[in-house]
Design a binder for this molecule. Structure first.
Ligand code: UP5
Ligand code: MG
Length: 200
């Protein structure tokens, strides 16, 4: 993928920080294509005949990071599909949500796919994220929206994923938004910050 054709924004933040919620809004206002690594993994897990189904299931339940080859291949395929399907002359703007969340993924993706233009980081206290996830768990059917998996997800986030945010921070690519307030307020702040990068 050539960076002249493809713009990538990584959307990071802890479990339940509101990445998916904010991405959905950005899609309607900016025409981004939203690719959630977690959603792609869950779809692959459920795809009949997938050789990775059981592996993905085990990793997700334990809040662990699926080996990067699997996730990067899913993202690359989804990007390729988007670029060939839309009438955009092979150009596209992607919000990559929930990825990269481990250093090896960050380095590999930028090497083989494309460097990110910026990183949108949603910052939220654990207590608030836990409340949201437990509430969602009542109806989401997600195998990892339970107290035990949530605890493991938080641990992975702090130990494995925050170093990725720090890595991009050192490159001056991180735009940090406090996602503790309600979704409306968080979106306002997001737009304000993006305006400085993309104009209006
Ligand atoms: N909500 C959202 N915003 C709110 C707000 N401002 N105020 C109040 N409530 C708010 O939101 C979560 C819940 O909170 C919803 O009910 C929402 O209404 C409410 P959501 O927008 O879904 O938050 P998000 O940050 O997207 O939370 P999600 O649960 O998706 O985060 P995770 O990062 O944990 O999940 P993901 O799907 O990205 O990954 C799941 C697992 O997949 C990982 O744990 C890992 O095992 C695996 N994975 C990999 O292995 N590799 C990858 O690269 C990616 C994932
Ligand atoms: Mg999500």
């Amino acid at each position: 993928f050539s960076p002249t054709d493809v713009t990538v924004i990584f959307v990071l933040g802890g479990p339940g920080a509101g990445k998916g919620t904010q991405c959905a809004r950005l899609v309607s206002d900016y025409g981004f294509t939203h690719l959630s690594a977690g959603d792609l993994l869950r779809a692959e897990q459920d795809r009949p005949g997938s050789q990775y189904g059981q592996l993905i299931k085990d990793y997700i339940k334990n809040g662990a990071i699926v080996p990067m080859e699997v996730t990067i291949a899913l993202l690359e395929n989804a990007m390729r599909d988007t670029l060939s399907a839309t009438k955009t002359n092979g150009k596209g703007r992607f919000l990559i949500d929930g990825f990269p969340r481990k250093m090896d993924q960050a380095v590999k993706f930028e090497e083989v796919v494309c460097p990110a233009k910026m990183v949108l980081f949603y910052d939220c206290p654990e207590q608030e994220m836990e409340k949201r996830l437990l509430e969602r768990g009542k109806t989401s059917g997600r195998a990892d929206d339970n107290a035990e998996s949530i605890r493991k997800r938080f641990r992975t986030f702090v130990e494995t994923s925050m170093p990725v945010v720090d890595y991009f921070e050192k490159q001056g690519k991180v735009v940090k938004v406090d996602s503790t307030p309600g979704p409306e307020k968080v979106y306002e702040e997001t737009r304000e910050r993006l305006r400085r990068v993309f104009g209006d």
